[in-house]
Design a binder for this molecule. Sequence first.
Ligand code: PA5
Length: 430
Amino acid sequence: MIRFDFGHAHAFLKDDALASAKTQAAEAFKKVQTKTGPGPEWLGWRDILANPNDALLNELDALATAIREEADVFIVCGIGGSYLGAKAVIDALGPFFGSKGPEIVYAGHHMSGRYLSELMAYLQQPKADGTSKKVYINVISKSGTTTETALAFRVIRKWIHETYQNPAKHIICTTSSAGGALNRIIDANGYKKFVLPDDIGGRFSVLTPVGLLPIAVAGIDIRALYYGAVSAYNEIELNPDDLLSYAATRLALYQSGKAMDMIASFEPELSGMGGWMQQLFGESEGKNGKGMFPVLLGYSTDLHSVGQMVQEGQRNMIETFLVADKPAGSVIVETEDDDADGLNYLAGKNFHFINNKAFLGTREAHVEGGVPCLSIHFDKIDEEHIGRFIYICEIAIAVYVYCLNENPFDQPGVEAYKKAMFRLLGKPGF
Ligand code: PA5
């Protein structure tokens, strides 16, 4: 299960402020359910859980299995909501080192020429046995026009066409049903295409082919992931209390003047989920001068970089801990005869025990320093729990942003940098 702990946040709130936020959150949830809030045409991420499409899961699974049997490298080419969800799940559930299936690499998520030139050199470098690498790419772009993704795809696609006899086998595209440059390229070349439904925005798309194909190619059980989200959906529809308490607590803290939400975890495998959450929250709530800035922190590493700021800087932040109650693995500290490093007091303890005490100690210190702390606990880190967490975050931010009287599903501000960049690049019409 996924469990919330509000005990270290509610102490910072007056009862009436929390009660009022809860009423607002309950009304906002009803608007989501009845499609009567802003952006009702963007609620398809709920519909796909109310009516799971097993045929699509089977199709994605079958293609992923075929790719896993053949590919050495699988490139996920996309930016923002088109890659962060897949990366988050793969980081959470894949191994830290090595992999049984193809190596998953990312492209199209920035415009670094050095990164792309090194990636191209790596793809061309033979394997240890002297044979060439078998490379597949999944280009993912809802609009089909995003510059970062389209530029990387142009370079990699050319190389694939020059390298393989049947290039179309190596290129899989995920985009909207129609429109955009990518659809023109797909039609002209006969590439395999998966559709991102029109009623689901990029950052809400991890449980569509956008996220599910790369996740399946990484060897992760997409049915368990998907049905974890379905369970969370069904349970919250029946009893939204905990979810509404989370949205309301976050709302009341924002209304009390907090400006930043530090999303922190002591588990490095959850840092990708934190990064996905950062985009989901940031793009959904940062509108018309409103919202809390979501900041991703990896502890205990970042306690040695920005820990000072969290402890004693401006008191304008809240902290949201992502906590793994049962780790997937651990190491026991052994006794040493001379105790030269002074660590024998930890002998017999496992790293999870120590890491957990670091979490508890950090939360205690930050609360004493004036930072309201929320915790989201994963009973364990597996497909089901990650699926549950995905839906919980999606519905929580939708409810919260409705309470701000904003549309959680658009991102008009992202266009500003593009316009200026296109003008500087001399793009026709800018
Ligand atoms: O959440 C979003 O909608 C954005 O982050 C998009 O996913 C991102 O801008 C990429 O857009 P596209 O998929 O059209 O290439």
